[in-house]
Ligand binder design. Structure first.
Ligand SMILES: C[S@@+](CC[C@H](N)C(=O)[O-])C[C@H]1O[C@@H](n2cnc3c(N)ncnc32)[C@H](O)[C@@H]1O
Length: 335
């Protein structure tokens, strides 16, 4: 049903006369994979913690809070972000812009927001947010490249920028340029928080272990946090030849959510749902393995901001802890 509705929204985008470009990676096939996150408490919980931290770090002295999300994917992070912003700033108007160059991502996000009854509007290759008609609580989805969108925005305007596995797909040079623009476009104390995969870890979960933990969620409590099998060698341009650790068993707060949820499904005879959970975790691990080499990991951004042009971006030292294969970064703008 989700995919069918996406098809309808895609047709509507085409009817608006936009020549929808074919893009290399983030197409309709990817939507299924990104949508899988919604069934997977491990990924959701990691993004949630980063969103919570982001929201708590925002400073807004005006009537309207202005935030940009980079790369909504299928919209899970957007939903959480909007809910946190509204909860964190009940007295303020909230303007949330979420930018993605993939028309497939845009329609999936529209669909996910519908399901959660969050109003949205979609803008195609807009010039500046100042020209967009804004209503409180309506999310503006922008079909646009991160860089092109950012360059067109007014100076000293935004209170914060968030990205879960979005900006991580920029090259180092692009990331550098983006942060330079964000410095101009952000208000004093503006916040940037992003997370990404860590190219030096991959996950290939042991199915028997997964099933056993789903039947007996207390089982992994006595085990160590991570177990590994034979390592790989990295082909990432940032870590060429370095060891990539292959995780086979996980016992952390996020994985316990997954085991407990599976156990609930088992004890309530919801076997079909359980199969979908297992498929979802498989999708997640496949995606980790296929994408990790292309990722610019968040911890390298800490080195990037040491360059003179990016001074003013000061790192937070109390970021939430992520599972080993995910990494995050966070900065505030001292200007
Ligand atoms: C892995 S998905 C994001 C997932 C989502 N934030 C979540 O947490 O579920 C990455 C998204 O970033 C978008 N993206 C990547 N590079 C981009 C760029 N340079 N400009 C615009 N969108 C980009 C892709 O189209 C894709 O939808």
């Amino acid at each position: 049903m989700f995919i069918k509705k996406c098809g309808e929204y895609y047709k509507q985008l085409e009817d608006r006369g936009i020549a929808l470009k074919n893009i290399e990676r983030w197409d309709d096939y990817e939507i299924v994979r990104m949508f899988g996150k919604g069934l997977n408490p491990t990924s959701l919980e990691t993004a949630r913690k980063n969103i919570e931290f982001f929201t708590e770090s925002l400073v807004c002295n005006e009537d309207t809070l202005r935030v940009v999300e980079y790369g909504p994917g299928s919209g899970w992070s957007t939903i959480m972000l909007m809910n946190y912003l509204k909860k964190g700033f009940p007295e303020k108007k909230v303007e949330l812009y979420t930018v993605d160059m993939s028309p497939h991502s845009v329609v999936a996000t529209q669909n996910s927001l519908d399901y959660h009854q969050i109003p949205w509007q979609t803008v195609l290759e807009n010039s500046s947010v100042e020209d967009i008609e804004k209503k409180d609580g309506v999310i503006t989805i922008v079909l646009e490249d991160f860089m092109k969108f950012t360059q067109k925005q007014p100076n000293d305007y935004f209170h914060g920028y968030f990205s879960s596995h979005g900006t991580a797909y920029l090259s180092e040079e692009e990331y550098f340029n983006l942060l330079k623009f964000l410095k101009e476009k952000g208000k004093r104390n503006a916040v940037f928080v992003a997370d990404s995969l860590d190219p030096l870890y991959t996950v290939e979960l042991n199915t028997i272990h997964l099933l056993l933990c789903s039947f007996f969620p207390s089982l992994p409590e006595k085990m160590k946090e991570y177990s590994y099998s034979k390592s790989l060698r990295s082909n990432s341009k940032y870590f060429s030849g370095q060891e990539v650790k292959k995780i086979t068993k996980v016992n952390n707060a996020e994985s316990r959510l997954f085991y407990n949820w599976n156990n609930y499904l088992l004890s309530h005879f919801k076997y079909k749902y359980l199969i979908r959970m297992m498929e979802s975790i498989k999708i997640t691990t496949d995606v980790i393995e296929e994408y990790r080499e292309d990722v610019y990991p968040s911890y390298l951004v800490n080195t990037l901001v040491k360059r003179e042009e990016l001074n003013g971006w000061k790192p937070f030292d109390n970021l939430p802890k992520c599972p080993l294969y995910i990494t995050n970064c966070g900065f505030f703008l001292d200007k």
